[in-house]
Write a protein that binds this ligand. Sequence first.
Ligand code: FES
Length: 183
Amino acid sequence: MDTPDRDPISAAPDGRPLEEQPKWRRDFPIDWRQDEYVSRRDLIKFISLTSAGFVVGQFALVFRRFWGPPEDSAPGIQAIAALDELDIGETKLFEYPKGSTPKMLARLGERQFVAYDQQCTHLLCPVIPEVVDGKFHCPCHNGFFDAATGNVLAGPPPRPLPKVKLATKDGIIYATGIERRTS
Ligand code: FES
């Protein structure tokens, strides 16, 4: 249906006057200028909301960093293996705390056990134990960690593996906390 009483629309993209435009274009209810204005307004709204979300996220991180629980806080004490469950050189995966990313317990010697987060500190690939060679290997970008300390031996990982603190009692190995290290 024609709408002669509507405000004339601005110049069409092909530059021809309104009366020479096809009917669908004359009937289209939004002026091009207004259409462009709406798009720009939506873009500005989107950028504003994204920026606000980013700022709120930064504040949340700062708040958590300074007023949240300390990073080394103990998630509790949890039995993870029997002392004689692993042979020297063997490893076992476990969750500590329950539902978290996998951790690895490794037996390096007769009475030497270590445990770390299995996620590489570079881009979170799971590391592979090569305990016999005294290393953990991240195959994603060839990162290597020292099995005895969790420190970076080679490759792009920026930090040592987070370490699970261990204690033994009555033949059982317990996880007692997580130590996140920056160097
Ligand atoms: S994710 Fe491990 S080295 Fe890149």
